[in-house]
Design a protein around this ligand. Structure first.
Ligand code: CMP
Length: 372
């Protein structure tokens, strides 16, 4: 072995960064062939390589218009990203939320329709009241007709859209992969991750959209939305049941989660209560217990990456057991009933399989108790 080979290999930061950016673009777009996609991705990356720092603005703008590359998710704030898109907006460097946010005046009637449309937008969940008002001010109406292309895959991201009405079909590489029916949002990915549009969105019917421009989106929503998706990524990727979801659906799930903390001994769910949602365990352990005569009997313990509270949501019955925090500090991610139904709807078959396991546990518990 040469002395060279015994040297420790350092992975350069730049390599890590480029590979991470590529992986995100690949995972979001899910192209059929990784090699073709990689060749195309790196060719575009090279073609759009930024010029040195003293490059003049007009050149920079031209490059942005032609740009189709998908690098630079917002985790990595560095100077190279700025030449990729025209406005060179850096949210980390912009502390002034009041700034130049656009305001589109609205009639009372328009505003109340808008409020109704954004009520269930999960991305808006963690916004403060003041930020929410900025969002409402900044949104503008767009009417669409059947056949209109709202977004074309590969384009640079301009707006983000919330649906008031209409049916919209989503295509990736001409393959139909998703349909929005009078509710939901789209167009956030390109703005969040600073990459080209991951899909084409076309109107099937007449419809009404509420749009927000890229800069306002990034100023108000980028940090909170990106942080949340990042925070829950690992947790959600490690829940076996959720493997059946597309990456994009897992991202939507992350938007919907609400972190809750409990101390040891605290009751999280009470047997017999009506269900309001389910929980994923981020940290710590919980004990599942059932009423038995005058006492509670533990039927299982659950830990990190496991979930509970889904049974009542699937069966539409009251809580079948109580759940307590045990083992130190417990951190949970809560998914409310409505978001559960919207995102996890088609997973209910997987969840129903668990009912068999629960039934076995209850039977076992009953058997143990009659033998006591
Ligand atoms: P964006 O990439 O900005 O533009 C196309 C939009 O389609 C995308 O953001 C998402 O909002 C939306 N979309 C819906 N379903 C998917 C999906 N399965 N994969 C990627 N984007 C999707």
């Amino acid at each position: 072995m040469s002395s060279d080979s015994s040297r420790r290999i350092q992975v350069p930061e730049e390599l890590k960064e480029v590979l991470l950016q590529f992986s995100i673009a690949y995972l979001v777009e899910q192209p059929p062939d990784v090699i073709d996609y990689a060749a195309d991705y790196f060719n575009k990356l090279q073609a759009n390589r930024p010029a040195p720092a003293n490059q003049d603005q007009s050149q920079d703008d031209q490059q942005s218009i032609n740009s189709q590359d998908g690098e630079e998710p917002p985790v990595m704030q560095n100077s190279r990203r700025k030449s990729v898109f025209a406005e060179a907006y850096d949210p980390e460097a912009d502390d002034d939320d009041e700034g130049a946010t656009a305001i589109f005046p609205k009639t009372d009637e328009q505003r109340s329709r808008l409020v109704e449309s954004v009520k269930n937008v999960l991305l808006f969940r963690s916004l403060e009241k003041e930020q929410m008002n900025q969002v409402l001010d900044a949104m503008f109406e767009r009417k669409v007709q059947p056949g209109d292309y709202i977004i074309r895959q590969g384009d640079d991201g301009d707006n983000f859209y919330v649906i008031e009405s209409g049916i919209y079909k989503v295509y990736i590489n001409d393959k139909h992969i998703n349909t929005y029916n009078h509710t939901g949002l789209f167009g956030e990915l390109a703005l969040l991750y600073n990459m080209p549009r991951a899909a084409t969105v076309q109107a099937e019917t007449n419809g009404l959209l509420w749009a927000m421009d890229r800069q306002t989106f990034r100023r108000i929503l980028l940090k909170s939305a990106f942080k949340k998706r990042k925070m829950y990524e690992e947790l959600l990727n490690n829940v076996p049941m959720l493997k059946a979801l597309q990456n994009y659906e897992r991202m939507n799930l992350a938007d919907a989660l609400i972190t809750k903390s409990c101390e040891a001994g605290e009751r999280i769910i009470k047997q017999g209560d009506a269900a309001d949602g389910m929980y994923f365990i981020e940290e710590g352990t919980v004990s599942v217990r059932m009423d038995q005569d005058d006492a509670e009997v533990e039927i299982s313990q659950l830990g990190k990456g496991q979930y509970f509270g889904e049974l009542a949501l699937v069966t539409h019955r009251p809580r079948a057991a109580s759940v307590y925090a045990t083992g130190g500090h417990v951190r949970l991610a809560f998914l409310d009933t409505e978001a559960f139904e919207r995102i996890m709807g088609f997973l209910t078959d997987v969840l129903k399989r668990n009912i068999v396991i629960y039934e076995q546990m209850f039977t076992e518990m009953a058997r143990r108790n009659t033998n006591l």
